[in-house]
Design a protein around this ligand. Sequence first.
Ligand code: C2E
Ligand code: MG
Ligand code: MG
Length: 424
Amino acid sequence: MSAARGAAPHPPSGRAAVLAHLRERIDAGRVGDATLVLLRLRKLASVRDMVGEAGVARILESVRERLAELVSPGELLAEMEPGTYALVCDRQDATEGFAERAVAAISRPIALGEALLYSPANAGVCAIEAGVEPAALLERATRALERAMAGGPGAIERVSRVRDDHAVADWEMRSLLEEAALRGQMSLEYQALHATSGVPTLKLEALLRWTSPALGRVSPERFVPLLEESGLIRTVGEWVLREACLQLAAWRESLGLPVRVAVNVSPVQLSLSGFEQIAQRVVHEAGCETAWIDLEVTEGAIVRDFSRMRTRLEALAAAGFKLVMDDFGAGYSSLGQLAQFSVHQLKMDKTLIAGVPADPRRAGVVKAVMALAEALSLDVTAEGVESAEQAEWLSRFPGIACQGYLFSRPLPASAVPRVLRAAG
Ligand code: C2E
Ligand code: MG
Ligand code: MG
């Protein structure tokens, strides 16, 4: 799929050719400093109005010739659609100014009879990285091209490496998220809970993941608040519950084990009227029972809106869900209110667990929480267990579950059955 220097100007066409070339390169480890450049001619439609179809064909032919001169053997020139081209070159664009040369080459006036036609262009550039799927690279370059088009004739936009998501403005992240929700860029990972001995239990927590073509993997701590602000969390949250339940039904069926999944629920979802009916319907439609599902609600959310949350949690408990107070001990003092809630389980926040056994204050709080949980007959999970020393210290509390990198990282669904078999 490569055009040699000066080759006949008939590049392979379409997205498939570009994806195949990228795949071949990535599989062969020919990534190095390689760059993907997407180029688009501006104003092709108005040129067509002026000079007709034949004139446009002449321009496109000339553009192909000029671009073919820029690529070497083993590189790629493909026509995505009339007037839009993909180039893959082995050089690093930043030092070579490859995109500048390509834009300049095709923006030069083209003689058509007496007239000189001028059709300026834009480029979106992205570095090819090992470990990034071809479709994601193409998507990144497309986004860069769209930004460049908005920047006026001749503008070039680069996505060199995955951008640091903290450097992205909220408004941009929000618009990327809207698209993500529509285009299926979200997925779930599952983290197993273990006994302090390290033996896995049959409980998992579903955790939302977003891999943006433009930004790479973005932390839920960054994007969940934006989903909440924009209200998108309603649809995304419902998708999370459905996806986790479909997966749970499949595991229960194939493994024959009484697996449970915990799903995080945002306060924005909880404030939706009729949320308990929606949640029940989703669970049943996915072939599950509400009693197999834990709903995790953060302590902060409950404390902020005490009376409304209490009614909502009661309704969810009555519908059969088990309720977990998440991030317990993260800085709110709801100990007094706890007894008034129909929660079944506490998840102790990782900031508390990070302090044991060395920090006597935090160790003291953990002991107090355990005593309280016992008095209220609540199950407890310790979150963020990262060291054997922490697990050993926690083993003094019979029945406590551990969730943390020491025993298990969040895993894609395909890797979960192996863990569950070890538990069952
Ligand atoms: P969370 O519900 O408290 O989830 C536990 C977080 O701790 C997860 O972070 C998990 O990957 C991380 N973790 C697990 N073990 C360890 C460990 O040993 N050390 C450390 N330092 N961290 C550990 P993650 O996946 O980044 O999620 C962050 C938060 O985003 C979640 O905290 C939850 O509040 C929110 N979130 C995730 N998925 C969803 C979702 O589907 N819906 C809603 N509303 N929120 C979600
Ligand atoms: Mg949670
Ligand atoms: Mg938590």
